[in-house]
Design a protein around this ligand. Sequence first.
Ligand code: ADE
Ligand code: ZN
Length: 324
Amino acid sequence: MQDFLRSLPKVELHLHIEGSLEPELMFELAERNGIELPYLSVDEAKAAYQFKDLQGFLNLYYQGMSVLCLEQDFYDLAMDYFKRASREGVVHIDMHFDPQAHLQRGVSLDVVMSGLLRAKQEAEQSLDLSVGMIMAFLRDRPAEEALQVLEQAAPYWDKLDAIGLDSAERDHPPSKFVALFERAKELGLARVAHAGEEGPASYIIEALDLLDVCRIDHGIRCLESDDVVERLYQQQTVLTVCPLSNVSLKVVDELASHPLPALLDKGLNVTISSDDPAYFGGGLLDNHIACAQAFGWDEEAFQALNRNAMKEAFTSEPRRQELL
Ligand code: ADE
Ligand code: ZN
């Protein structure tokens, strides 16, 4: 099964590029940029990756990305991940990135965008990989700031596929970002949002009704409401479910009790992603292997999940047809 899963062409719809920063590269960049880390070694960093909840993770995630300063750093971050993913049989990645987290530290949008776009272009030429760009906004920061950043990104609008909504979900409902998502729609950008990860099922409905999203990132708490499940079923909205992330962030107790099989039983449009592979114990292949072990799914089940993802990936029609 592991060989099959490795060679299966896989599609990653939910990946935070800053969450792909492995401790080895984090240390290299820290040294390059003269930044002090709160860890003495790679092993010490890895040992610190034990999370109580989403906020506990976010604290280390934002601290980790403080080593990203120059265009070359963003290029190295993305290229390092693209090569690793490609070796694992990943053929498409829709990549979230968090501009506000960098702007806040005095790193310009041009630095972030040019590094990531250079890596994307090179990966698309040299690896069998396509990359979608999702500019994500931090829901625990002011809505006005998000809108300003989207306007500031005008030179890059044509390079974006979508906007997303991430960071601390509790007490930051989708309704806070109606104006941002309306503007993105006006600009012809697709829209996705994290909802129902730590937040309630009602946030999923808000994201659908108020933000007009085409995907729900995570969404697993939909199972707490029959109405929400019915809505997701009727619309066949894609859920980008991240099993190892949910275990790491204690959204579920263990993989064996993860709601993935229940979501499939309800006929929902489920896909599998890795979220923040450097922090949650592995990339897309590891997520697949863990699911095979926990749920005993057969080869067709994994083919179907990746077909679901390919249909929704932010890529050109010829590339989609090539992948399907
Ligand atoms: N940013 C990076 N990973 C995230 C997650 N799992 N949930 C919300 N925001 C995030
Ligand atoms: Zn996420």
